[in-house]
Ligand binder design. Structure first.
Ligand code: NAG
Ligand code: NAG
Ligand code: NAG
Length: 408
């Protein structure tokens, strides 16, 4: 038993050793590097898979190279590209054995160990893993691992940080750069609640080469007006445009206000509304009267305070408090209650004053009329006396005409 274990251990060990010796013998073994390891592609555009590979010397000369699509179970069998490498014109990729014009190897010289391909006219179904295979001499054939993944993205990706009124923020929109021939142009727009469209063109797009993504940043200082506005990002690759949009949420708070009449007649209804415009919503208001919340608890519902049949003890200071994001908002109003008798008296005084004013006015008008009449009579006298002096007569006439006009 012990012997058996030792023997099998020895066999495994020597096999491992042999393996290390073989692959590490002076030259490289099978190896592949994809950069980037995942390719994000846009439907309708092409996708570049960039890679380099190594192979053992004994595989030389390479007979053919293949690209295979892998199934969900991980089997990479179906050829999407097959190219024969010339034996006369050494290492040159010659014949394409597959129908596909859609896939092109960029470097025909296989000795450059560059396995990069461009796949044209990407479709949603192309989202798969792909494997590269090299068949060399004798048994030196290998389907490389790792494989490369194509991910289909049909919209740009927008990142919006939390926004607050008056605080600068950077929004980003990232667009895949699947194909070197068509670098994207990125445009931002904002559609306000009123439907106005503001446009921004970004000339400062950054290519992040590690992920092959273009990144555009929109620096924005939002206000409450932009709450519920729509922000969008359009990415154009020549004729092809992909876009995304979303609703902006701006945190904002305006002044807390109490709406209502601050003078109430005894017996009438006192009705106050405590209101604040903000996002996200504030807490429900807490009303207090003369420093106490208890006395008026029964009279409040949501933002309203309502006291029917007001009495004089209801006069005083009413305070409304709300909490908005750990911040206490406060407003107050002083209510005066007008007593019934006072109100009656006020009405009476007003009536009496009105009456008196009426009488005085009549008296004045009467006096004026009387006065005018007197003057008219005296003018007649002057007319008679100074008939010869026309100049004086005219002056006097002007004077009396003005007076008469004023009094009417
Ligand atoms: C592969 O070959 C193509 C075409 O010659 C070249 O543009 C690309 O840079 C090469 N890629 C690598 C990783 O060397
Ligand atoms: C936004 O980006 C600009 C430019 O990259 C930078 O100067 C600024 O500090 C950023 N603002 C914030 C709030 O991150
Ligand atoms: C914003 O949108 C929400 C949800 O549609 C709506 O309830 C709210 O009243 C809107 N706010 C403003 C200020 O338009």
């Amino acid at each position: 038993m012990f012997k058996m274990q030792t023997i099998s251990s020895c066999i495994i060990l020597s096999m491992l050793l042999l393996n290390i010796l073989c692959t590490g013998h002076g030259n490289k073994g099978w190896g592949i590097t994809f950069n980037p390891p995942e390719v994000t592609a846009v439907p309708g555009l092409c996708a570049l898979i960039s890679c380099t590979f190594t192979y053992p010397d004994k595989a030389n000369p390479i007979d053919n190279v293949q690209w295979k699509v892998c199934s969900k179970t991980g089997e990479c069998k179906n050829d999407i590209f097959k190219g024969k490498v010339s034996t006369q014109n050494e290492n040159k990729l010659e014949e394409k054995e597959t129908e596909t014009e859609r896939i092109k190897m960029l470097e025909p010289d296989m000795s450059k160990t560059n396995c990069s391909i461009i796949m044209k006219d990407i479709k949603a179904e192309d989202e798969n893993e792909y494997a590269f295979r090299v068949e060399g001499q004798k048994t030196y054939k290998n389907t490389f691992n790792p494989t490369v993944k194509i991910i289909i993205q049909d919209k740009p990706i927008m990142d919006v940080p939390p926004l607050s009124d008056g605080v600068e923020a950077n929004l980003t929109c990232s667009a895949p750069f699947p194909c070197p021939e068509t670098p994207p142009e990125i445009k931002w727009w904002i559609k306000t609640r009123e439907g106005n469209i503001l446009s921004y063109k970004d000339d400062n797009i950054i290519l992040i080469s590690s992920t092959s993504l273009y990144l555009s940043t929109l620096t924005l200082t939002p206000t409450s007006k932009l709450h519920n506005a729509t922000v969008g990002c359009d990415v154009s690759y020549g004729d092809k445009t992909i876009s995304t949009s979303r609703t902006l949420e701006v945190m904002y708070v305006q002044t807390l206000r109490i709406l209502g009449n601050n003078r109430v007649r005894e017996g009438d209804t006192l009705s106050l509304i405590c209101t604040v415009e903000c996002h996200p919503p504030s807490s429900d208001p807490v009303w207090s009267f003369s420093g106490s919340t208890d006395t008026i608890r029964n009279h409040t519902s949501a933002e309203n305070l309502m006291i029917t049949n007001v009495r004089k003890e209801h006069a005083g200071i009413y305070v409304c408090e709300m909490t908005y994001r750990n911040e206490t908002l406060k407003a107050s109003i002083t209510i005066s209650v007008i007593r019934k008798e006072d109100f009656q008296m006020q009405v009476d005084i007003r009536m009496i004053t009105g009456f008196l004013t009426g009488i005085s006015m009549s008296a004045v008008i009467f006096s004026v009329v009387l006065c005018c009449h007197e003057s008219w009579q005296s003018r007649d006298k002057i007319h008679e006396v100074m008939d010869t002096n026309t100049y004086t007569e005219v002056i006097l006439e002007v004077f009396y005409d003005q007076e008469g006009h004023h009094k009417e």
